[in-house]
Design a protein around this ligand. Structure first.
Ligand code: OAD
Ligand code: ZN
Length: 250
């Protein structure tokens, strides 16, 4: 990986920094992505599972599917890319991690300032009374009914056709508008409104640094694109930033 001096300089001098992550950052942990040959959506039709009507039509099927996904995400571990972003949060004065992932791996790695645009698979709530079922609260052996009112328990994630959680979106939008640098990592950048955030950074004079194994619509306007596995590239970027900062006169 070649990190040009001027790019490294802008990465080191940035005060407001944002990272936008997608399924690709968790691929090396063993969580399948959505698009591409092995992607989830090549095997399953999103309209049959990831929307509210599908849930009401067949709550058992949809609940089983999310139970399965919880089982997958609980056994896997955060990888070096997740940990590199934990380091970045320590390096930069203002760092916001915006994720489209619901797998909870950023929080498990230790990231704190995280905006979860599409929710989190470890959070659930009852449609009847709103009672929350977080983490292990949800008894995966029960028929996913609320112990208080008997209502259906749904995952607190964004399904097709649903709005993003407004508070998380506002954090993401504001951080992007103020960003000196945004790292765009492991996302195909085709799902809106998340995909418009890198453009908001550019529009406001910030730099966009892409990390992905392949080209995406972001590549065209990114200030630098690093094509390779996020774990390797992010580890190297963090190392170089630390090295450069330690060389600078105090
Ligand atoms: P995608 O599956 O669309 O894209 C994953 C991206 O990660 C692709 O661009 C891959 O090239 C890249 N990639 C794969 N392995 C990688 C690696 N080891 N290192 C770096 N990059 C890698 O996933 P998202 O962009 O996250 O929404 O998809 C966005 C949204 O679409 C998801 O949040 C989900 C889905 O519909 C909802 O469920 C609401
Ligand atoms: Zn209830």
């Amino acid at each position: 990986m070649i990190l040009e001096d001027d790019v490294l300089h802008s990465l080191c001098s940035a005060g407001n920094v944002v990272a936008l992550t997608g399924a690709g950052i968790s691929a090396e942990s063993g969580v399948p992505t959505f698009r591409g040959a092995d992607g989830l959506w090549s095997k399953l039709k999103p309209e049959e599972l990831a929307n509210f009507d599908a849930f009401l039509r067949n709550p058992e099927l949809v609940s089983e599917w999310y139970k399965h996904r919880r089982e997958v995400t609980r056994v896997v571990k955060p990888n070096a890319a997740h940990y590199a972003l934990v380091e970045m949060e320590k390096i930069y004065p203002h760092f916001t991690l915006i994720t489209q992932n619901i797998d909870n791996l950023h929080r498990r790695a230790g990231s704190v300032n995280v905006a979860e645009l599409h929710g989190n698979i470890e959070r659930n709530y009852c449609l009847g009374c709103g009672k929350r079922y977080d983490g292990k609260d949800l008894d995966d052996n029960s028929p996913f009914r609320c112990s208080k009112c008997g209502g259906l328990i749904r995952p607190d994630i964004v399904w097709f056709g649903e709005m993003l959680p407004l508070d998380q979106w506002e954090i993401a939008e504001k951080a992007s508008e103020n960003a000196d640098v945004m790292y765009v990592i492991g996302t195909s950048a085709v799902v809106y409104p998340a995909a418009q955030l890198p453009m908001a950074v550019k529009r406001n004079g910030g730099a966009v640094i892409e990390v992905n194994i392949e080209e995406t619509p972001v590549t065209e306007f990114a200030d630098a694109s690093f094509h390779g596995p996020a774990s390797e590239i992010l580890t190297q970027i963090v190392e170089k930033i630390k090295e450069k900062i330690s060389e600078e006169p105090k």
